[in-house]
Design a binder for this molecule. Structure first.
Ligand SMILES: [Zn+2]
Length: 183
């Protein structure tokens, strides 16, 4: 884990996962967000590409809270029983792993009313390869040093208005398609 390129305007950190993919915390129009994104080098600079995903602090925390499930799936994929992993980060953003491919895919999905199911968009999103995923797990621990706000971010489903079922159904973060599609 290295903070290999100097953070620029509004960036808290620029942590490399490998292969020019970085975890960047930056503020845009007053909102602090976490980007997991591929950059391309242009001389001394790093230019963000479209390959990546931008997460709110709540969604990042949701991903981090699934750390042990991610690790179990990695272990399962390496000669174990395998296994699949899918977690809802909020809105229509999901992180998932397939048993036959030890990488983590983070992207937006969409509701397909015809088939009564949700499907992944080809973009925006990013698929982290095993070596990048290893660095991401380190990043889970390192990031609150740069973004202490992560420690005080309360997920919407812990708020009082979610304590009844209606609050949950009305929340675009928890139930983005107006239906119960959690699994
Ligand atoms: Zn909610």
């Amino acid at each position: 884990m290295s903070d290999s390129s100097r953070p620029v305007n509004g960036q808290r950190c620029h942590l490399e996962l490998g292969n020019d993919v970085f975890v960047v915390a930056s503020t845009w129009r007053g909102v602090l967000k976490i980007h997991v994104r591929e950059y391309r080098r242009s001389g001394e600079k790093y230019i963000p590409t479209k390959r990546g995903i931008t997460l709110t602090l709540q969604r990042w925390n949701e991903l981090v809270s699934n750390r042990s499930r991610i690790e179990e799936t990695i272990e399962g994929g390496e000669g174990g029983e395998g296994g699949e992993f899918k977690c809802h980060l909020g809105g229509n953003v999901y992180a998932n792993m397939q048993s036959d491919y030890p990488g983590l895919d983070i992207r937006k999905w969409y509701w397909n009313g015809e088939e009564d199911t949700i499907k992944p968009y080809s973009r925006p999103g990013i698929k982290l390869l095993p070596n990048q995923l290893e660095s991401l797990l380190h990043c889970f621990i390192a990031l609150p040093d740069y973004v202490p706000e992560l420690n005080i971010t309360v997920p919407c489903y812990m708020e009082a208005d979610h304590m009844n079922q209606m609050g949950y159904y009305m929340c675009s973060e928890c139930n983005p398609n107006g239906l119960s599609v959690w699994n």
